[in-house]
Design a protein around this ligand. Structure first.
Ligand code: HEC
Length: 125
């Protein structure tokens, strides 16, 4: 009896977590974060052009599972890994992100500026 109950509780907890995860990507809060992310574009023209044709297509869509542009809370734990790790993730690809984040001609400096811009850790370049 006790074991059965525990099983149900575990299942219920898993379901609640699943719904919460879906809510995080699809709910009103996610829509709000998407709206914010879509208003942001790097001020530097060359960087803006790169951003608009590569990173932006995923990093403004919560359903991709990517940290959204300007969503500091989502970026903070990733940035805590250090810029070298961040650069490596982009260059080699990471999870749902293809290698080079779809920017085949980006230099490491440009990647770094794009990351800082998306994480909003300093003024947009
Ligand atoms: C095809 C979709 C896609 C594109 C295009 C894309 N990303 Fe991503 N990016 C993702 C996803 C999805 C994640 C989260 C992956 C995960 O945590 O599993 C991510 C995560 C990241 C991370 C965090 C990596 C880590 O180690 O936590 C950085 C940095 C990043 N992207 C930078 C960029 C830059 C810069 C560009 C443009 C040059 C870019 N991305 C383009 C989908 C994309």
């Amino acid at each position: 009896m006790m074991r059965r109950c525990t099983g149900k509780i575990v299942l219920l907890a898993a379901l609640v977590m699943l719904v919460a995860a879906c809510e995080d990507r699809n709910g009103p809060a996610a829509a709000q974060r998407e709206l914010l992310s879509r208003q942001l574009v790097p001020t530097d023209k060359a960087l803006a052009a790169i951003y608009l044709r590569s990173c932006r297509s995923c990093h403004t869509v919560a359903a991709t599972g990517s940290p959204l542009t300007g969503d500091r809370a989502a970026w903070a734990p990733r940035m805590a890994k250090g810029m070298e790790v961040m650069l490596n993730s982009v260059i080699s690809g990471f999870g749902g992100m293809p290698p080079l984040g779809l920017c085949m001609d980006c230099s490491p400096d440009q990647f770094e500026s794009l990351i800082r811009f998306m994480a909003q850790t300093e003024h947009a370049p």
